[in-house]
Design a protein around this ligand. Structure first.
Ligand code: MN
Length: 249
């Protein structure tokens, strides 16, 4: 008889609160989706220094041409002692769940044809070690002194909005509740948002600022108006300056 153990994918100890004001600049980058060259160019333009911090909002993988290339850039920054903080997106979560709950043949086929992230898995099957470790080390949200950072959003109908993990990874179309956040603004990704709407949220000092400009969508798409998307954006939290890099994949 086989006993099915529910495998808890949140295996790491999560450090959600971060003293971020000790860093000179605090950069935030949202959904990269395998756009390695674009990420490289964006980071190059920031001229990152050892006393800066760089926060990622998740969805590193799938759709774009080089999922593992994106992960390797981030691992390389960590190796060179830059202050790097990584959140988990629904794509990383789904990828782990898929590999654990389905047979390897299906998992490999799906990863290759649907997700287009073949380079995350080994030839003989299974997730590459450094990819698994990278994903397992990601966090669900960060609470800074003045901001919350999260992949998708928070469910403020929940008694404790920080406890709804499904919402944190997947929620769309939600409203912030500044009473519950103690006036802290929320920066999030997950939902491709027109460039002018991102700018507007920043300029109007909105309690929730979307940062995903759908950098992977640089061609006509059945849902999205690609003319307003196709850039990878980075927000610096002290100056609220927005840096954008057009897709160059
Ligand atoms: Mn997402």
């Amino acid at each position: 008889m086989r006993i099915f153990f529910y495998f808890n994918i949140f295996t790491t100890n999560f450090v959600m609160k971060i003293e971020s004001k000790k860093y000179n600049r605090r950069f935030v980058i949202a959904d990269i989706h395998g756009c390695k060259k674009t990420l490289e160019a964006l980071i190059g333009s920031l001229k990152l220094l050892p006393n800066d911090a760089l926060f990622f909002l998740g969805d590193y993988i799938d759709r774009g041409p080089d999922s593992i290339g994106v992960i390797d850039i981030i691992l390389d920054l960590q190796k060179h002692n830059f202050n790097i903080f990584t959140l988990r997106g629904n794509h990383e979560q789904d990828f782990l769940e898929l590999s654990e709950n389905y047979d390897q043949h299906f998992f490999m086929h799906y990863t290759k044809t649907i997700l287009k992230s073949e380079n995350l898995i080994r030839k003989k099957g299974g997730i590459k070690k450094r990819v698994k470790k990278f994903i397992e080390n990601t966090q669900l949200y960060f609470e800074l002194e003045d901001f919350y950072l999260v992949h998708a959003g928070f469910n403020f109908n929940n008694d404790d909005f920080l406890k709804d993990e499904t919402a944190i990874l997947n929620l769309r179309g939600w409203k912030s509740d500044v009473k519950k956040t103690n006036g802290k603004k929320i920066i999030h990704g997950h939902q491709p948002t027109a460039h002018n709407k991102i700018i507007k949220a920043i300029q109007k000092d909105k309690p929730r600022i979307p940062l995903d400009n759908g950098c992977v969508y640089n061609k006509p798409h059945r849902y999205y108006d690609f003319n307003k998307l196709g850039q990878l954006c980075c927000l610096e939290l002290n100056s609220m300056e927005l840096f954008c890099q057009r897709n160059i994949e």
